[in-house]
Write a protein that binds this ligand. Structure first.
Ligand SMILES: Nc1ncnc2c1ncn2[C@@H]1O[C@H](COP(=O)(O)OP(=O)(O)O)[C@@H](O)[C@H]1O
Ligand SMILES: *[C@@H]1O[C@H](CO)[C@@H](O)[C@H](O)[C@H]1NC(C)=O
Ligand SMILES: *[C@@H]1O[C@H](CO)[C@@H](O)[C@H](O)[C@H]1NC(C)=O
Ligand SMILES: *[C@@H]1O[C@H](CO)[C@@H](O)[C@H](O)[C@H]1NC(C)=O
Length: 450
């Protein structure tokens, strides 16, 4: 061998080796864990037939566990980051931190080209890893994940048909093929994707500023800067979709005053029990708790014979009655909502089921019934007399709206305001009849007087 050939004999394998090394970056499917996954693949299109429980959970788990751990791999379709790891944001001249959900389920942020701000929140069910090493992970209920995905898809379609897309984040279902940052766990099933809304929750705005917002500034924002045209639309959205868990943590306020409602899956009478429970809807329990002492509404055993107090909570400024003529919406629904409600009212529960794909027929019936009541009798009738309907212990009287709140020693209504504190008979926890030894402090059958 001449000297040149000898050099080649040394170099060629080295060069080839280099090439081979880059080619052997393993595919993430060939790793049990992978800490850095290159995003170089596209998810397959989502088919209607993909919406089955098997696609909302890990598969081939036995095989997956036996694979090697990879430092770097390829084949991911998206790069996820953990929600809540993004530090503080500035809004209304103070700083806020995103609330991290109480539930043990994972929440990610991912880039997307489907929304104006190009950011999505991705919720994935059935991840068998705890959010914190010492935490248990959430139980896997793939069937429930599918049920809630279908509810969200129905809500998205309804919002598009009724012109209510300004009220809720855009939402869709799509494949996730990604690794959990730092943990390396490979997610390769369906996730719920939603537009990441700007701003912070009403709860956060009121309580968690750093430094805390001055009450006068807060009141100025809530009276004058929030878009209360949207407050009316939000109440309509909550009633139309029979929201049963609307609290101050899932109403988002943005710096431009716009409102968005998140966490909308408790809808359409899904649990066949609660027909509406929202701080945006007078006569429901969550609204009434904002007006009267919680211990009174919940009929605590140690209540005694006190006189219940009424508190002018700032959330009362999200009462639609403050922003409609004579405090009643009646049949004056915004035009695009009116046309779509009319269309649904003129169809049938089966047609609603076909169009919106609810997971159960009673949920299609809930939208149909509610639309009919709104269309034929207007908002307040639909709220109090329509179907689905709350059990009587959860049908409270209208309290007068408090449309101007002031802060003196605490928040108080700035005008005369004396709600009737009578509450209905029955158990406020279960919505069923009163079965305790002590006397029921309720004084009338709920739903017979408003
Ligand atoms: N679409 C969204 N846009 C922006 N933030 C969101 C969105 N969805 C959820 N969040 C934020 O994530 C937090 C946790 O959400 P989620 O897991 O739904 O709540 P929980 O764990 O209380 O059920 C929320 O309090 C909110 O701050
Ligand atoms: C599980 O993984 C193995 C190896 O990749 C593959 O041959 C098999 O088809 C997979 N099974 C299922 C049910 O996906
Ligand atoms: C308030 O919201 C309504 C409904 O989304 C919108 O048409 C209007 O432009 C908004 N007003 C302001 C000042 O942004
Ligand atoms: C729909 O309305 C009918 C009465 O018109 C009622 O019997 C039925 O229970 C309602 N269903 C739901 C889910 O609201």
């Amino acid at each position: 061998m001449g000297p040149l050939a000898a050099l080649w004999a040394l170099l060629v394998p080295a060069l080839l080796g280099g090439v081979v090394a880059s080619e052997v970056i393993p595919h993430v499917n060939e790793c049990s864990l992978c800490f850095h996954c290159n995003v170089d693949a596209k998810p397959p299109p989502l088919l209607a037939s993909d919406l089955v429980p098997a696609n909302f959970q890990p598969r081939n788990v036995t095989h997956k566990q036996k694979l090697p751990i990879c430092h770097t791999c390829r084949g991911c379709t998206v790069h996820l980051t953990l929600h809540g790891s993004s530090g503080q944001k500035k809004l209304f001249n103070t700083w806020f931190r995103d609330e991290v959900g109480a539930s043990p389920s994972w929440l990610f942020v991912a880039p997307t080209d489907k929304t104006p701000n190009r950011k999505a929140i991705v919720k994935v069910a059935c991840i068998p890893v705890g959010k914190h090493a010492r935490h248990k992970f959430a139980q896997c209920h793939a069937d429930l994940a599918l049920k809630y995905a279908k509810i969200y898809l129905a809500i998205e379609k309804l919002a598009e048909n009724c012109g209510l897309t300004d009220i809720i984040p855009k939402i869709w279902v799509d494949w996730v093929d990604a690794v959990i940052p730092e943990v390396g766990y490979h997610i390769r099933w369906l996730g719920l994707w939603m537009e990441m809304v700007e701003g912070i929750s009403l709860e956060n705005l009121v309580r968690l500023g750093n430094p805390m917002m001055h009450p006068d500034d807060l009141l100025d924002i809530l009276h004058n800067r929030v878009n209360h045209t949207q407050t009316v639309r939000a109440a309509l959205f909550d009633l139309l979709t029979s929201q049963n868990d609307r609290h101050a943590q899932n109403i988002f306020i943005n710096g431009d005053g716009s409102i968005r409602l998140i966490d909308n899956e408790r809808a359409f009478f899904e649990n066949r029990h609660l027909a509406a429970d929202s701080i945006l809807l007078p006569t429901t329990k969550k609204y009434t708790i904002n007006v009267m002492e919680n211990a009174w509404i919940h009929k605590f055993a140690n209540w005694g014979d006190k006189v219940p107090m009424c508190w002018a909570n700032v959330a009362l400024l999200f009462d639609y009655r403050c922003y409609v003529k004579d405090g009643r919406m009646g049949s004056a629904l915004p035009p695009d909502v009116a046309q779509c409600v009319a269309k649904i009212a003129g169809s049938s529960p089966q047609a609603v089921m076909d169009e919106y794909g609810m997971p159960y027929p009673h949920m299609a019936e809930a939208l149909y019934n509610r639309s009919r009541a709104l269309h034929e009798h207007g908002f307040e009738y639909a709220l109090t007399e329509g179907y689905p309907r709350n059990p009587n212990p959860w049908r409270y009287k209208f309290t007068p709206p408090c449309c101007k709140v002031k802060h003196t020693d605490t928040y108080r209504c700035a005008h005369d305001w004396s709600p009737d504190t009578a509450i209905p008979f029955g158990d406020p926890i279960t919505g069923g009849p009163w079965k305790h030894d002590r006397k029921d402090p309720g004084t009338y059958e709920g739903g017979t007087v408003f």
